[in-house]
Design a protein around this ligand. Structure first.
Ligand code: SF4
Ligand code: SF4
Length: 110
């Protein structure tokens, strides 16, 4: 599968149906600062990013008629470590694209 040139054109790895998809460590929580309670929550003894409409709540999707959608992480510089570890073009990225790109494409026409 073709790797997008820019994650802003893709956003696929930020999508999941599970509410415990993006793990937030204690260090991540501290880095999120005042936004932590708003964007993350605890389930049992572990924190995770809150999910909205099948994707991480920090992912903002802008759709403009006649232009491709833009997938923007509002917390990019403070995103959790699991997000930092998932590099564009890596095996993990390619697995995400294989598993979910069709669903995102169907919904957002990317
Ligand atoms: S890391 Fe890969 S799957 Fe995630 S947004 Fe970037 S190109 Fe898409
Ligand atoms: S924090 Fe940002 S990079 Fe990580 S899943 Fe959420 S929107 Fe994607």
């Amino acid at each position: 599968m073709e790797i997008p040139e820019d994650c802003l054109q893709c956003g696929v790895c930020c999508f999941a149906k599970s509410g415990t998809y993006v793990r937030v460590s204690e260090a991540d929580w501290r880095r999120l600062g005042d936004d932590a309670d708003r964007v993350a929550r605890h389930v049992g003894g572990q924190a995770y990013m809150r999910m909205t409409d099948g994707h991480c709540g920090a992912l903002h999707i802008t759709t403009t008629r006649g232009a491709p959608p833009v997938f923007f992480c509002e917390l990019y510089t403070r995103r959790p470590q699991v997000c930092r570890n998932l590099a564009r073009g890596s095996q993990a990225c390619q697995t995400e694209l294989r598993c979910k790109a069709a669903r995102v494409a169907e919904e957002y026409g990317r």
